[in-house]
Ligand binder design. Structure first.
Ligand code: CA
Length: 258
């Protein structure tokens, strides 16, 4: 309802002042991706530049900052900055998906991923809730010195399956490039699935009995909180600071595509 009201308000404002709105502002309003009713949507187009000032989501940081910035062609994005093993997340509270089944989507550019310490582990999307203590991490990854390389992997922590990141060599990270990430969480078979730039990667999947943790069932929580941003868990990182830019975040009952 919040998004519907925001869209209605924006439409009314545009309609009332169409003759006097500068073309840049009108274009910015049309360019945003939050044009229909979704469980959650943030394209950063209607936020003031600088530190976040919105009632639609919260901020969870430690040694990190979130800043709304203007990117190319006036598009507004969220700049996530952290130092060493800090964190900076946009937090969606009071989330609820019908049947506890939902899709997520975001566009993402990461300046540089960690190459130290060995097994440096990072999370970009985390979902938590009730009924299961699993902290579900559909989008995250790890530096694997044995390959070597840095790879995406579905993971979890805090629950019976333990602390695991099922990184896959089929999903190497790409630095300094805008990519589209989609994920699905489905309570039906406790499935987590991931698409990168619209292409499914079946290896980036977890289900009740197929996951990277202890040999016990993986049970998704009834999700009420989704965090999107960056956290790295070990100190003494290379590089010493991390910068990424996120845009077009959406949580939806159906897959949105890129
Ligand atoms: Ca935007």
């Amino acid at each position: 309802m919040r998004n519907v009201l925001a869209a209605l308000t924006a439409a009314l404002v545009l309609g009332a002042t169409a003759g006097s709105v500068p073309s840049d502002a009108a274009n910015a309003s049309q360019r945003g991706s939050c044009t229909r009713h979704l469980l959650f949507c943030e394209d950063f187009e209607r936020l003031p530049l600088g530190g976040p000032a919105t009632l639609n989501w919260g901020v969870d940081t430690r040694n990190g900052t979130l800043t709304v910035e203007r990117a190319r062609r006036g598009n507004q994005v969220l700049h996530v900055h952290t130092v060493d093993n800090g964190r900076a997340f946009l937090r969606v509270d009071d989330f609820a998906a019908p049947g506890n089944r939902f899709y997520g989507r975001m566009r993402l550019r990461v300046d540089a991923f960690p190459t130290a310490p060995d097994w440096a582990h990072f999370t970009l999307v985390e979902a938590t809730g009730t009924g299961s203590s699993e902290v579900v991490r559909p989008i995250g990854g790890q530096y694997a010195p044995t390959v070597p390389g840095i790879f995406w992997g579905v993971g979890a922590d805090g629950g019976p399956t333990g602390d695991w990141t099922n990184w896959r060599e089929s999903a190497p990270v790409v630095e300094d490039t805008w990519q589209c990430f989609e994920w699905k969480l489905d309570r039906t078979d406790n499935r987590v699935a991931v698409w990168i730039d619209g292409v499914a990667n079946p290896e980036l999947t977890a289900t009740t009995n197929e996951h990277g943790g202890n040999d016990v069932p993986f049970i998704l929580p009834t999700v009420n909180t989704v965090k999107i941003g960056w956290q790295l868990y070990q100190g003494g990182t290379t590089p010493g600071e991390f910068d990424l830019w996120i845009d077009d975040i959406a949580l939806s009952t159906t897959r949105l595509g890129c």
